[in-house]
Design a protein around this ligand. Structure first.
Ligand code: NAG
Ligand code: NAG
Ligand code: NAG
Ligand code: NAG
Ligand code: NAG
Ligand code: NAG
Ligand code: NAG
Ligand code: NAG
Length: 311
């Protein structure tokens, strides 16, 4: 009997979270979305975390610290979505919040609580800003509306990265050879700048680079933290499955879909290792994205099929 109980306790400790909730940070609305609400989340990010087996909870970028702390102490992972690079301008509330959340995540993990963080596109840049507090790490690249393969660096990505350790060679080859990673960014962190910045190199490990854009720069396109469950993609894993703007070079091939699913599965798998929870069911329900109804937004902002707006 005792052994049986110990066995169940053992299993439980390895499956501590089968109902993960991902906090997705909102951002100030783009001009086209403004009439509907002051801040927004593109629904594709919500669907991205849902497709990996999680639920989403919006984190308003302008929450006061006590409310923010409450959420950060309750969710099982955090996503910084893509968006307008100007959110990261010096002095914005948004950049203050991402720096706060980043430090919070580092601190939690240092205390032995596995709290994953994914940054996508502008969210990738947000990770670099938060790690350096230096607005000069960005360069203008204008790499917009183009799907490319990844240029892996440092050897076999299965051997050098946590992100791709468990990937099949099919996934690696799709990323290596097919145009499946949509780039849609004004700014970037150049590989040279990255390598010369000790705050970046001690925190993160670049896994892939790409070259291109109006200014034909070589920039870091995928990275992960050495010692923390933090990953960044300058490209958009969520769009292949969930965004359908016919004027954007988004890849909807069966290969591209596998990439979205791989990144989502990886991130949510990481979040299942987190043991945080809301104080009670009522607070959990109150936090969930299900309290909001997305708008069909393609007619006023073709970049997104649907958006959640908040005031
Ligand atoms: C979560 O895990 C950490 C590290 O093992 C532990 O200190 C903490 O008490 C756990 N929290 C809960 C709510 O189980
Ligand atoms: C900020 O980043 C730029 C570009 O890498 C670098 O030249 C500068 O020294 C950095 N500033 C500080 C204070 O580290
Ligand atoms: C998507 O990838 C497939 C497979 O490599 C390729 O044939 C197609 O041209 C790509 N489409 C776009 C929009 O990049
Ligand atoms: C990827 O797209 C470029 C154009 O952007 C094209 O030249 C190349 O053939 C494509 N590669 C594949 C594998 O589809
Ligand atoms: C962009 O830069 C790469 C690498 O530095 C170079 O090989 C390529 O020819 C350049 N492309 C253009 C269009 O200048
Ligand atoms: C995006 O790229 C595609 C394919 O290269 C092109 O057909 C489309 O016109 C571009 N869209 C915009 C908004 O530039
Ligand atoms: C999920 O995480 C566990 C524990 O780190 C790992 O063993 C497993 O390979 C991961 N699965 C996937 C699909 O990444
Ligand atoms: C492709 C690959 O390596 N898959 C493995 C990922 O991790 C799970 C669980 O550890 C294994 O069962 C898979 O074989």
């Amino acid at each position: 009997m005792k052994i049986l109980i110990l066995f169940f306790l053992f299993c439980y400790s390895f499956q501590n979270q089968l109902r993960p909730i991902i906090g997705i940070l909102t951002q100030p609305s783009l001009q086209e979305i403004e009439p509907y609400g002051e801040q927004y989340i593109a629904s594709s990010y919500v669907k991205f975390v849902e497709s990996g087996g999680a639920r989403a909870a919006p984190i308003k970028y302008n929450l006061e610290k006590t409310e923010l702390d409450k959420l950060l102490n309750s969710v099982n992972g955090i996503l910084f979505a893509g968006g307008d690079y100007r959110n990261l301008n010096p002095g914005t509330k948004y950049s203050e919040t991402i720096e706060y959340i980043f430090d919070f995540v580092i601190d939690k993990n240092n205390k032995g609580i596995h709290l994953p963080l994914q940054g996508t596109c502008m969210g990738f840049e947000a990770l670099c800003l938060a790690a350096t507090k230096n607005h000069s790490v960005f360069s203008r690249v204008n790499m917009e509306n183009i799907s490319v393969p990844l240029d892996f660096i440092g050897g076999d990505p299965k051997k050098i990265s946590k992100l791709f350790k468990n990937a099949s060679y099919e996934i690696i080859d799709i990323l290596k050879f097919k145009n499946v990673t949509l780039n849609n960014h004004v700014n970037c962190v150049e590989f040279d700048v990255f390598e010369k910045n000790s705050q970046l190199t001690t925190m993160f490990h670049p896994i892939s680079i790409n070259t291109g854009g109006l200014y034909n720069l070589t920039f870091v396109s995928t990275m992960e933290a050495w010692d923390y469950p933090i990953t960044g993609t300058q490209w958009h894993p969520e769009k292949n499955v969930f965004e359908w703007n016919p004027n954007e070079d988004i890849n909807h091939s069966k290969y591209a879909i596998l990439i979205t699913q791989f990144i989502s599965n990886y991130f949510i798998n990481e979040s299942r290792k987190n043991n945080q929870s809301f104080p009670n069911q009522e607070e959990e329900e109150k936090a969930l994205i299900y309290n909001y109804t997305p708008l069909y937004s393609a007619s006023f902002i073709p970049d997104f099929e649907q958006v959640y707006v908040f005031n």
